[in-house]
Design a protein around this ligand. Structure first.
Ligand SMILES: Cc1cc2nc3c(=O)[nH]c(=O)nc-3n(C[C@H](O)[C@H](O)[C@H](O)COP(=O)(O)OP(=O)(O)OC[C@H]3O[C@@H](n4cnc5c(N)ncnc54)[C@H](O)[C@@H]3O)c2cc1C
Length: 422
């Protein structure tokens, strides 16, 4: 016997599911009954660990062109821009009650408290104020069409729920410890949906042997170029040497190309690092016209230990006078300073990935309501869909925007009488 008949059931209390439940619930909490099912004890665990515990809630400006999808970029754009950043910000400030502060050097918006917990707890509290019933430690492990156009949701450990509409916000495969282990993909595939190949994205890279382990802890701003079709991809920002390889926003933002080249089994994607703001011509001039030792100009622009490592790799004695630097040595140094081939060999995978690349084909959902085009009454939002953005709050912007659209879409679906359960 089904446990209950409910108009709207949201599965997954992460960023997208919380927003879906809040918007499905209606403005005053007087709307339809909404049940939010979440397998973990408290939900929103990815929000808790985001932004190093500070939660980069939003970017100050959206950059749709930097999103990645195997689906239509135009469809992605429509979904992403359905809720402008200014309105998203107003929602967090006025409805959730969170003051957001801009970090000018990165363009990221953080809560004034710098507390990711405040973001997660604020969203859970708002959902409850809107009348959403939240059931934690409830794992959905089956989803199938039920009687009279309803959906039948099976819970692990027994129990069935019948729902008029279901919003799937089960996330991807990244950081499985937070509750998202890819089960949602299996369920939608079983319902006939196309799931574009998934892969870890925004994940640190590794080097075996770890050539730069002695530089672990050093961070600096760099430019990384991944040569490829067209102009390839260039990322700028923080770079961090780790014990096992390389991390930081510039590495994470280009990591999907590395991961995909590894998975394809062919040549590994070359990644060329320019360690400073100076280009090849500027370095050439600095090394020809400067005075003092060869190490001097490098130390002025780079952390000492990195400068020494690059000089050693170029086979140049750092203590020699600069005017003794031979042409071939100078050219070698300029190349290492501006087009350094990062010796990555692997990646940290889903274990450390911030998001999942690939996912449910965007062509199979209505871009306005996020309703499945294959299965009426089923809505999809967040990381389960085939899209991810760069570091900087873009992935939450995607989760908030698609979650809201799915919540409103499900609510409209019922209002228009498309489901037997009201
Ligand atoms: C370390 C880290 C830092 C990050 N920092 C940022 C940042 O600062 N800014 C930013 O924009 N993005 C950041 N991200 C990315 C961002 O967290 C994700 O894009 C976003 O959380 C995706 O939201 P989602 O709701 O789609 O999926 P998830 O957050 O994964 O939520 C899915 C939820 O569904 C639940 N669930 C799954 N399957 C079931 C089931 N069968 N039954 C019941 N419940 C289920 C899970 O337990 C989980 O709570 C970060 C990610 C990581 C890993």
């Amino acid at each position: 016997m089904p446990e209950s008949h409910l108009p709207i059931v949201v599965v997954g209390a992460g960023a997208a599911g919380l927003l879906a439940a809040i918007f499905a619930g209606g403005a005053s909490g007087q709307g339809r009954r909404v049940l939010l099912l979440e397998r973990t004890r408290d939900g929103g665990r990815k929000i808790l660990v985001s932004g190093g515990g500070r939660c980069n809630v939003l970017p100050s400006r959206l950059e749709p062109a930097r999103f990645v999808t195997a689906s239509s970029p135009n469809t992605l754009r429509k979904m992403l821009l359905s809720w402008p950043i200014a309105e998203q910000r107003r929602f967090f400030e006025e409805e959730v009650g969170l003051e957001l502060v801009l970090e000018p050097e990165t363009g990221k918006l953080f809560p004034a408290s710098n507390s990711a917990r405040q973001v997660r707890d604020g969203l859970v509290a708002l959902a409850r104020r809107r009348g959403v019933e939240i059931r934690f430690e409830a794992l959905m492990d089956g989803l199938a069409p039920g009687p009279d156009g309803a959906w039948s949701i099976a819970l692990r450990g027994g129990g069935e729920i019948l729902a008029g509409t279901v919003i799937l916000a089960t996330g991807g495969r990244s950081l499985p410890g937070t509750g998202s282990d890819g089960l949602g993909f299996e369920l939608v595939r079983g319902l006939g949906h196309t799931v574009h190949s998934t892969y870890p994205a925004l994940t640190p890279l590794t080097a075996e042997p770890p050539r730069h382990a002695e530089l672990a802890g050093i961070s600096l701003d760099v430019t990384i170029t991944a040569p490829g079709p067209g102009k390839g991809l260039t990322t700028r920002g923080g770079f961090l040497f780790t014990h096992r390889g390389y991390s930081g926003p510039s590495v994470l933002d280009v990591s999907h190309l590395a991961v995909r080249s590894r998975l394809a089994g062919g040549a590994l994607q070359p990644l060329l690092v320019r360690w400073t703001d100076l280009d090849a011509a500027a370095w050439d001039q600095a090394l020809r016209e400067g005075s003092g030792t060869i190490a001097g100009p490098l130390r002025r622009h780079l952390p000492d230990r990195l400068a020494e490592a690059l000089l050693a790799e170029a086979g140049v004695d750092a203590a020699r006078p600069l005017h003794q630097l031979r042409r071939d040595e100078r050219l070698r140094l300029v190349e290492l300073l501006t087009r350094y081939p990062l010796p990555w060999t692997g990646d940290e995978g889903y274990r450390k990935a911030e998001v999942t690349g690939g996912g449910v084909a965007l062509s199979e959902v209505d871009p306005r309501t996020l309703e499945s085009r294959l299965r009426p009454g089923l809505f999809l939002c967040g990381e389960i869909l085939d899209a991810f953005g760069p570091i900087g709050g873009h992935n939450f912007a995607w989760a908030w925007a698609t979650g809201r659209a799915a919540g409103l879409g499900a609510s409209d679906h019922l209002r228009l009488g498309h489901s037997g359960i009201e």
